[in-house]
Design a protein. Structure first.
Length: 371
């Protein structure tokens, strides 16, 4: 500060604060040697309070308005300074402006999961986060307990403390509530109000602060538990698993048929899915048929032979004679393919089974010797 500024500011005649930060709770008016001119103008805007501190003691507090600083409106300061009959000379005092407006864009969250005993899932871990607003309501307590001699006191200097108070209150509240995890979403508003009350009881008298609004935005389960719940929900939505599998196999067969580039691999996949679908249809009573209930007697055996096919170490079937003949004609069943039907002693190559060998066609005899 230059000499001219010192001389100009030595006697202050206008005291005011224009806050552009929106995150400053307390701001000390800068002055040279604390010299304030007798009769100076004090301007306290809406959302502010002005506090005069003289020799370490909180003196007068001014609400929003415009004031001319004289003995009659500085009663406590006049008493502290010993001015019994008024004063005409400049006086020294520190002036703190306290913001009383709400600071709204503040967030809180649980840094670590909270262990709980849930009636549905047993021991679980929960996380939570939300938003809150902050407001100063007691300038004296705020200056005494938190600000001290700071020239500027920002919300960042108190948010860590507030988040700790909120997290402790939330853990205590949710532990006592005994609400099932699946029912927590319906309790957000009620729990937000209860949590705000717990926090305000702690900070109102002790720090001169208030939390006008506090919201629980989300309470979440661990990721693996949420995935398990999603799987359980998906199974409930699908309903009949057998019908769903038939639908999936039908869609896959259509996709394979539309992909001519698949070649033999696509044909083999189509054969496998066809076998699986036929097997499931037989088990379910055929296309459009209802599955036989376990308590009912099994249906009578079909008159036609039921063939089983062994491929890749797995057994597929039963298939009708017509289905097997079609598979032989398309090359999906070869003469070396192992088959079995009721009455046979064991598995045999399809080309050696009398009922099927004719489907492979007779081989041409060797050519006659040249003459």
């Amino acid at each position: 500060m230059g000499l001219f500024d010192k001389l100009r500011n030595e006697l202050i005649d206008i005291i005011e604060w224009v806050d552009d930060s929106n995150h400053t709770l307390v701001w000390r008016f800068p002055r040279y040697q604390n010299e304030i001119k007798n009769g100076a103008q004090l301007i306290v805007r809406p959302g502010q309070m002005a506090v005069f501190v003289h020799r370490g003691e909180v003196a007068d507090v001014f609400e929003p308005g415009s004031y001319e600083l004289k003995t009659d409106n500085l009663p406590l300061l006049s008493t502290l300074a010993g001015w019994k009959y008024g004063f005409d000379s400049p006086f020294r005092s520190e002036v703190y402006f306290v913001s009383t407006k709400q600071i709204t864009d503040l967030k809180w969250g649980t840094p670590n999961p909270i262990m709980l005993r849930d009636p549905d899932f047993g021991p679980i871990r929960l996380r939570a986060f939300g938003t809150y607003s902050l407001k100063a309501i007691d300038a004296r307590a705020l200056l005494t307990e938190l600000v001290g001699t700071d020239s500027s006191f920002e919300t960042d200097e108190v948010t860590e403390l507030l988040r700790s108070i909120i997290n402790t209150g939330f853990a205590d509240m949710i532990g006592k509530s005994q609400v099932a995890a699946l029912d927590l979403a319906s309790k957000y508003r009620e729990m937000s109000d209860d949590l705000r009350t717990i926090v305000c009881e702690r900070i109102d008298d002790e720090y001169g602060l208030e939390v006008p609004q506090l919201f629980i935005v989300n309470i979440s389960l661990p990721e693996n538990v949420e995935k398990a719940l999603d799987t359980r929900t998906s199974m409930g939505v699908i309903g009949d698993m057998g019908q769903y599998q038939q639908y999936q196999m039908g869609q896959a067969m259509l996709a394979a048929a539309d992909n001519p580039a698949g070649g033999g691999a696509a044909e083999g996949m189509g054969l496998g899915m066809g076998f699986a679908m036929a097997n499931r249809m037989v088990q379910a009573g055929g296309p459009g048929g209802a599955a036989v209930a376990p308590s009912m007697a099994p249906p009578p055996a079909p008159a036609a032979a039921a063939w089983h096919v062994a491929e890749g170490g797995q057994t597929r079937g039963p298939f009708t004679q017509q289905q097997v003949s079609q598979a032989i004609a398309s090359g999906q069943i070869t003469a070396a393919t192992q088959v079995w039907s009721n009455g046979m002693q064991g598995w045999s190559p399809a080309g050696q089974v009398p009922q099927l060998s004719g489907a492979f066609g007779a081989s041409a005899p060797p050519p006659p010797p040249a003459s």
